[in-house]
Ligand binder design. Sequence first.
Ligand code: SF4
Length: 287
Amino acid sequence: MSPFVKGEAEGRGICKTIVLKSSIREMRIPPPLKRRTKIRNKPIFIFYESPLKIAWIQQSTMIDYPGKIACVVFTQWCNFRCHFCHNPECVLPEKMLLFQNDLIPEEAFFNFLKTRKWLLDWVSICGWEPTIWSDLYDFVKRIKEMWFLVKLDTNGRDYRIVERMIQDKILDYVAVDLKHSLHVYEQAIGVHQEPEFYNSYQKLLQILLESKIDFEYRTTVIKGMHTAEDIENMAVYIRGAKHYYLQNYIGGNTLDPNFWGTPFDDEELEAFKKIAEHHVQHCEIRK
Ligand code: SF4
């Protein structure tokens, strides 16, 4: 059985609020195998070997697509350590190892999908960060072969897998996190990133802007971390994007127990929206 129960703050992409259901037992389980991929002899990304690990499934929601029903798959692990992350249990390896035995097997997920063919329109694949898994492509392809529409949430870590899925027409929607102004990105994500990450992020943006696929960028905006200038920087960076969603921060359990951020009020959010609207096709506040 999955260790999770549904939390209160659904509809926030990768950053869902989820709580542990089962008591945590101490177990000694090794982390998944890691494989480095090389481009021009430089290692750029770490992949976790298959099979992809499913931490939790939200069986149905209409939040992402009004009028359409989706299920949401949460894969394990993330390459970031955002201070404001509401799911440290699913991001920090030392915490995740405690409930490895409760993960949902891939076949169980596909059996679930078979029984929901009549009900579901979409399958949304959320992270923590799905592109970490080396078999994500095959996983998405298999869902697509069952005639579901597929959405992928990513923090932008690897443009190549998204590009391949778009080219092969197995993806219908991409949602990308934009955490902060690029010059202070690491302050938000809590870890150092090599220039390869930013190059990949930029490349993904170009691919999305030039493709016909529907996509969105979204930022969890946090008082104490973002300013109007940051909103402008971010909107300029994704200039021309089809959709840009500003998601107000909700307090609660955070990866950094001393996290200092607070939510913005409605007036401040509206002001941010007006700034962003100058640069993107469509901007909305997502509550
Ligand atoms: S660490 Fe950051 S990117 Fe990863 S799941 Fe948490 S909020 Fe999302």
